[in-house]
Write a protein that binds this ligand. Structure first.
Ligand code: PHE
Length: 335
């Protein structure tokens, strides 16, 4: 009896392959599942099945009935399904779901935060929607300052904007607490920009340390330790003079290109310069201290801002930043 049932299953599944529309599905249903259908009739024979095989017979019979009904319902919903569509064996167990995994940007972000936390930095956050005051004015960028052009701001209304950097968290933190301060502020930032190396939304980590007798050497030490922690101790670090309205002196921080080590003549990653820009940094400008009522004779400090997507691109060898946000599973499953 059980063998017979297996045969019916095989036949039914074979025949199901040639069903292409709702009419054919209906005939198929009558043939197997109708009152006098092959399967219906066979399942009535339960009493003739030896007692020990009855559970298996019942289970197989029910499973087959269910899966045939399911297959038929697919056809009755769509009047014509493509011919030669291979139907699955509906009695097989379903495919198991893939375990969830972290987005690569999250992974890199938390690795970076761990390195700073190990150096005693505390994590702070600020709002994505900022005012002109926190995003610009308090950081030494008045309304008509040319540095505003660098930022390509998304304005929401005359007062609100999407923050263009995480530096406003420096001001918000100093307003609320007195020194010494040692914080990092991870978060999303927004700029009107989009190409292979720029996105309208990306992530930064801001760092701010304020204490007595802090010097540029401390800034160098902290950033070097961080960059060696993330990229390995072989990576070289250099500081180039630069300008930010809220730090003085200011620097841009580069690491040696890990793709070519500065030797390759055709390196696309560093455009043959041997160096990759990784952060903006500098000593907190006394004007910034004044705007939060800190005595700049007593306190000194440094600040820095790191781009996380940039770091992720270098670590994973990704050359188009936009890939991180296309939700392409083939890409994301690599991490
Ligand atoms: N906020 C700057 C930027 O986004 C980076 C920076 C942060 C520079 C802190 C100096 C100090 O470009």
């Amino acid at each position: 009896m059980l063998d017979e049932l297996e045969k019916i299953k095989k036949l039914a599944l074979e025949e199901l392959q040639s069903v292409t529309n709702s009419d054919e599905a209906e005939s198929f249903r009558i043939k197997y599942l109708g009152k006098k259908g092959v399967l219906t009739k066979h399942l009535k024979n339960l009493s003739q099945v030896p007692p020990e095989s009855r559970p298996a017979f019942g289970r197989l019979g029910n499973e087959l009935k269910q899966s045939l009904n399911k297959a038929i319902s697919i056809y009755s919903k769509s009047s014509s399904v493509k011919k030669n569509t291979k139907l699955e064996d509906f009695t097989l167990p379903g495919e198991s779901l893939k375990p969830p995994r972290r987005h690569p940007i999250r992974t890199i972000m938390s690795q970076c935060l761990d390195v700073f936390k190990s150096m005693g930095f505390e994590s702070k956050t600020g709002p994505d929607i900022e005012t002109d005051f926190y995003n610009f004015q308090a950081l030494g960028i008045p309304a008509d300052h040319p540095a505003k052009d660098m930022h390509d701001t998304f304005y929401l209304n005359p007062k609100g904007l999407l923050r263009t950097h995480t530096s406003p968290v420096q001001i918000r933190t100093m307003e609320k607490s007195s020194p010494p301060i040692r914080i990092i502020a991870p978060g999303k930032v927004y700029r009107r920009d989009s190409d292979v190396t720029h996105l309208p939304m990306f992530h930064q980590i801001e760092g701010l340390l304020v204490d007595k007798d802090i010097s540029f050497a401390d800034l160098k030490g902290v950033l070097e330790m961080f960059l060696h922690g993330v990229f390995g101790s072989n990576v070289k670090v250099r500081f180039r003079p630069s300008y930010f309205p809220f730090t003085e002196p200011s620097a841009e921080v580069d690491i040696s290109c890990m793709n070519c080590d500065g030797n390759n003549k055709d390196c696309r990653v560093c455009s043959n310069t041997g160096w990759l820009e990784i952060a903006g940094a500098g000593m907190v400008d006394p004007e910034v201290f004044r705007s939060v009522n800190y005595d700049s004779d007593e306190w000194t400090g440094f600040a820095f801002g790191l781009g996380i997507e940039r770091i992720a691109m270098l670590i994973y060898g990704v050359t188009d930043i936009r890939l991180f946000y296309e939700n392409d599973l083939y890409f994301l499953e690599n991490f």
